[in-house]
Design a protein around this ligand. Sequence first.
Ligand SMILES: *[C@@H]1O[C@H](CO)[C@@H](O)[C@H](O)[C@H]1NC(C)=O
Ligand code: SF4
Length: 459
Amino acid sequence: MAAARWRSAAVAAIAAAGPGGGGPGRALRSGSASEPVPMPLSGPVAPATAALYVHWPYCRKRCFYCSFNKYVVPAVDEAAMGACLVHEARTLLRLSQVQSVTSVFFGGGTPSLASPRTIAAVLEGVAGAVHLPAGTEITLEANPSSSDTQHLADFKAAGVNRLSIGVQSLNDAELRLLGREHTAAEARSTVEVARRLFPGRTSLDLIFGLPGQSQEAWTRGLEEALGLSDDHISLYQLTLERGTLLAAQVWGGALPTPTQDLLADMYQAARAVLVAAGFRHYEVSNFARKGALSTHNLSYWRAEQYIGVGPGAHGRFVPQGEGSCCREARVQTLEPDAWMQEVQSRGHGTRRRVVLSPLEQLEEVLVLGLRTDEGITHARWQHVSPHLSLEAVFGAPGEAKALQQQGWLVLDSNGLRCTWEGLAVLDSLLPDLLCQLQRCWAPPATPVHHTSGTVAAGP
Ligand SMILES: *[C@@H]1O[C@H](CO)[C@@H](O)[C@H](O)[C@H]1NC(C)=O
Ligand code: SF4
């Protein structure tokens, strides 16, 4: 029954898109005119749960490296933004027919600039529409410059129970180089306050690979952060993004770039320091001890459903409310005023929806799952691919086998995962693995018929 519904919806989406469509959607890379698309006979049934991401698009100032969807405006119409976030959340929750939300994450931008009343209103709006069980992880990203004790206590009263603090560095010269608004002393005191209010549920973000940063400076900074930290730390390598001041300075020759070797050494040293301090390296960029893993982010890496609301937010869910059984990738309109107008006029600001083909879903399961130390379990793979097992794809002679023999990858009774060494070089393993998956899924003899998977952006 589920199978028939799944199949017909997928076929309808392909048919509606028409052959050879040159639209913006990603092509469904499998299937041909003469042979049926290799679809699972018992398709995945969408669970009645999802994680919820809420995007607060405003910042007080632009950091020099930032390419996130954020806006610096003289005055924020907070009441309108809050009302639209609630409105869009309710629309998309209804569309997904999700019964229960498993985590909420307020990201940005700088959501700690929002008033705790607005955050409370969003949470009340969600709880009025679906089940939001007591104790659900509710994270807010906070910047040290907008997080005095009272403000953080008010977020807690609003329902937030986990903080992710954008410390980035504990060195004032580095913070100036990054264009951060806060000083190291402010970062320290914010973490101390946050830990008192959210014990065991405060995370720190740190950046490494800054222009001119030495290995010693990085390790020293990390040790210092460790002395301050709670049970969760996220480490990000600085990436230079087109259009940012920092990239212009580096590319213009005013600042040095770290070598790939230095970056790799910094990452390895950090892993060693954190693991020695009792942290589990549970995802490429994330470390936790005492089980303080982020539920919200784990649901991405496990390729579960998530709903994104707010300007530029991304989501992945099955719009069961319109009778579909296909997982879609969704992106909301980027610009806050345009997004608000769309939400006010049609209940949501979805700019783009793309139906994900079974192969594309498997690619996501692979690419995201391998980021975690647990890897991809057989059960999770089977949920998307009931008829082509993990062993059938990656146990056969080929790229994955070679990577296993070289000690980067393990395939066993738990599933497929990186070794300790493999996790550090995941990006270089993925192209081979994706190649092997694509080959197994659609053997080269099959003529390939491209169809666009994009559907109209209605609710
Ligand atoms: C967790 O997910 C949010 C989006 O929902 C993202 O903004 C954030 O960077 C992620 N955090 C980690 C630690 O990966
Ligand atoms: S606070 Fe965060 S989102 Fe805002 S500009 Fe800085 S890095 Fe970007």
